[in-house]
Ligand binder design. Sequence first.
Ligand SMILES: [Fe+2]
Length: 258
Amino acid sequence: MNDMNILHVTDPHLYGAADGQLRGVETDSSFRAVLDDAFARCEDYAALLVTGDLVQDDGGGYKRFRGILGGLRQPVLCVPGNHDIPELMHRELCSVPFQVCGARRIGSWQFVMLDSYDPGHVGGRLAPSELARLDETLADAPAHTVVCLHHHPIAMGSRWLDGIGLANADEFWRIVDKYRHVRAVVWGHVHQEHDGSRGDVRLIATPSTGAQFLPGSDGYALDHRPPAFRHFELHADGRIDTRLHWIEAAPAQKLASA
Ligand SMILES: [Fe+2]
């Protein structure tokens, strides 16, 4: 199997209405502008990864999501975020090209999509069943693995965001640390960029396709950065190259009205 390209977009926060705005951004047009750019730059991608907050507490957003991406030939691998409605999300995205949670093998890589949605909380938590599934999946398949979830499993250095991360990150890492074939953990939720590592595991966050949060801020604050997407090149030997693309041409964020 050759090297493969994966596209990562996250936190589109769609509404049922096309003109729905969040933090001064029309989320539908912004999402489309990001995807247009991503597909133009990388035609031969093997999958599109979407790490949560597909909608902004509005079930109508799933129809919009389906309308935008339903015609793709490549799989669209999704996990729920705190603004999603998981039951509805599973129902609305139950057919190809969509896959919500579970695991997916593509070439010499596998993607494990975890549900960190914690009812009634902005922060996330992996239920015992999700932790067990992660453990079993990693034990069963020794392929190079990317673990995907919505909530950040490490501190981001931003006090307010670090209060709404993955509450049981210790349990998560206890499992991941057992396996040498986990190559990366990828998340959304933080609306900002991160590219670090923990031992041999690459730790990656991608900004939203809409408005961004200010990195390093103690309290909630918006950043002026544009929408973005990430391109991964996953090599057959387990190496990862990745590059973030900021979409300057996307609809401007109107901070005054946020
Ligand atoms: Fe979000």
